[in-house]
Design a protein around this ligand. Sequence first.
Ligand SMILES: [Ca+2]
Length: 189
Amino acid sequence: MGNKSSLMLQEQDIKDIQAETGYMPSQIERLYSRFTSLDKGDNGSLSREDFLRIPELAINPLGDRIVHAFFKESQDDRVNFRQFVRVLAHFRPVKKTQENKLNSRDEKLRFAFKMYDLDDDERISREELLAVLNMMVGENISDEQLNSIAERTILEADRDGDRMISFTEFCAALERTDVEQKMSIKFLK
Ligand SMILES: [Ca+2]
């Protein structure tokens, strides 16, 4: 498994990916071997089912939305290694010395916003917020409580009175939140 993957990843690919994502070559190689071990069909791309084998996603309440994000750029419902690493880079923990466009605060906010905006209309409605809240808290909270949380969140964030949250409003609402930490998932130990 490890041998095959290092043979298939060209040095130039590693350089390009490093420049784009900020991952170090050794990390890229480890991600690639992870990628190939998930690629059960051995065809250089992952299906949605392949993603379900990632334990970090399986236990993440937003796993489903995150998997969805991997497939946003994909035309054929498969994700190749380049696309895989590009999406992962959004979750790369921020270290001052390793900041890169993809894991910047702005990109992380963008990515989080898309997770809530289920129908991609650039606005988070009360229903969308509720759907995501439901995924996050599961059955620990009553519908009534969730409803009032969603209601209050929209009221607090909504500035132009359309009862939805735009990306600008989303950013303003999270101004004091440590998005960098919350949106970091360690895929590499
Ligand atoms: Ca929407």
